[in-house]
Design a binder for this molecule. Sequence first.
Ligand SMILES: Cc1ncc(COP(=O)(O)O)c(C=O)c1O
Length: 435
Amino acid sequence: MAANDLYQRDAAAIGTLQKLRFFPSALTGGAGVRVTDQSGRSLLDLSAAWGAAGLGYGHPALVEAVTKAVRNPAGASVLSSANLPAVELAERLLATAPGIADAKVWLGHSGSDANETMFRAVTAATGRARILSFAGAYHGGTAASMAISGHSVQAHATRHAGLTLIPYPAASRPFMGDVTGEKVLELVDHLLRTTCPGDQVAALFIEPIQSDGGMIVPPPGFLKRLVELCRRHGILIVSDEVKVGLARSGEMHAFSHEGFTPDIICLGKGLGGGMPLAVAVAPARILDFAAAFAMQTLHGNPVSAAAGIAVLDTIRRDELALNAAMVGDYFFASLQKLRQRHDIITDVRGRGLAIGIELSADRAKRYAAKTVYRAFELGLVLYYVGLESNVLELTPPLILTREDVDEAVEFLDRALSDVEAGVVSDADIAPFAGW
Ligand SMILES: Cc1ncc(COP(=O)(O)O)c(C=O)c1O
C-alpha cells in the first residue's frame, strides 16, 4: 500500500470500535448504484451502505433538497422551535402510516436512536417494565437498543432485565422441529400466562424480516397470530422497519406483507438517503407522554428532514416500491438459477430488494467472508449477515435495474467459483473480522 493509501490513513486515524470491515474498501465518491474507490474503480453496490443509500448515490432530488436546506437552514433542530422541513416530513410520514390511531412523529438520527427511544418511551408511558423481542434481532448499537436486541454480535451487551427473547421461526432455523411458528406461539402464550405476565409487557419489537439475523422471512401467518396473541394482553406492537421498510420489500411498509398493523413504526437508514435520519411513528399517548424525555441537540435537523422529504417524494413519484418488487422478483429468479450451479448455496430468500443467499454453514466456515472479499476484488460490494455469518445480504439501491442484476449475478457466479477454486486464502481475509 502506498503511504497516502486511504485505507491505511483510515486505519491510522479512525478507531476500530465502529468498524465492521469485510475487505479494504476506501471510497472517494458515488453515483447511482455505484461507488468509486480511491483508484477510480467503479463498484456495483449491492449493499447500498447497509440500505442507507436507498435512492442510490447522488440522487438529483436529494442533492437539490439538501443544498436548499443547508443554504437557508431553519435552525438546527425541533428542540426549542418548530422548523418547516421537520414539520413537513412528519406530516408526510403520518400520511404514509394510516392505521395508527392518533399518531404523531418523533425524529432522531439513527435506527438505534429510534428503537432505543421507543423502548424507553413505551416502558415509561405504560408503566410496564417488560419487553418481548426475538433471538437474532438487531435493533441497534446504542446501550438501550442493544438491551432489547438478541444478535450474537452483541453478546457483550447488557440486556434489559425485563427482556424476554423468543425464537424467530424459519425453515432454516426450526424451533423444536417446527418451521411453522406454531411452537413459538405456544411458548409465548405460556410465557405471557406465567413467568412473563402479559400485563407487565409494554411492547413486542418485531423485524418483519429478520435481516441482520440472516434475512429470515417469517412463516406465513405467524406474525399476524403473534400480534393477535400479544394484543390480548394490551401489549404494543413495534415494527422495526429500519432496514426492510420504505419500499424495499416491495410494499411501502414491510408489515403489510404480514397482515397486521403495528402501533409503532420505526424507520431509519433509507429514509435519510445517506443523511442521518430516523423516525418513530407512534400514538400521541406515547409521544406526548412527557416533555424533554428523548432529545438530542440536532434531533429534527432541517437538512436531514429535507433529505427525508425528498426520499419519500421520490419513492412515491418513481414508484420505487413497484420497482423493488419487480426487479426483486427478477433478481430472485436469477439467484435460483445461480443456486443450481453452486451447491454451497442452501437457500435464497427475501422480499423485493431485501434478499439473503444462505451458504452451507458447516461445509465451509468463512466461505461467506471469502465470497464477499472476492466479489469486492471483481467489482461488487456486498456483505454477509446471520448468526452463523453465512448469509450474503443484498439490499441494493431501490433504483436497481435488471441490467444491474445481470451484472451482479455474473460477478457473484465468478466470486463463488473462485472461492471454490481456492483463489482467496485464509490470510487474505484474516485482517477482516466482519461479524
Ligand atoms: C432492523 C434494524 N434496526 C435497527 C438498526 C440500527 O440502525 P442504525 O445502525 O442506523 O442505528 C439496524 C441496523 O442494521 C437494523 O437492521
